[in-house]
Design a protein around this ligand. Structure first.
Ligand SMILES: N[C@@H](CCC(=O)N[C@@H](CS)C(=O)NCC(=O)O)C(=O)O
Length: 81
């Protein structure tokens, strides 16, 4: 199951939007835009700078907006490979 780490009002909303458009199953973990939310040791273990979005797919963890958006799109990888 995909999991998106999301903070309201940020670019992480684009990942949620894309997953909705693709009709994929996913969970959302909502992190507040606070030091406790984004800069917690737990979230820093996912993203060293404590930012969103982060997308997890099983054991794989991806950050940076571009990669979090292309990774659920296998057709894109077929096009560029
Ligand atoms: N280049 C990154 C930028 C990520 C980023 O700056 N996210 C903002 C929200 S839009 C964030 O997490 N800011 C919190 C912070 O920098 O402390 C991407 O495209 O994912």
């Amino acid at each position: 199951m995909l999991k998106v780490y999301f903070t309201p009002g940020t670019r992480a909303g684009r990942v949620v939007w894309l997953l909705e458009e693709l009709g994929l199953d996913y969970d959302v973990d909502i992190l507040p835009f606070t030091k406790e939310g984004l800069k917690s040791p737990e979230h820093r273990s996912r993203h060293a700078l404590g930012r969103v979005p982060v997308l997890e797919d099983g054991d794989i963890s991806i950050f940076e907006g571009f990669y979090t958006k292309i990774s659920p799109c296998p057709a894109f990888f077929l096009l560029i490979s």
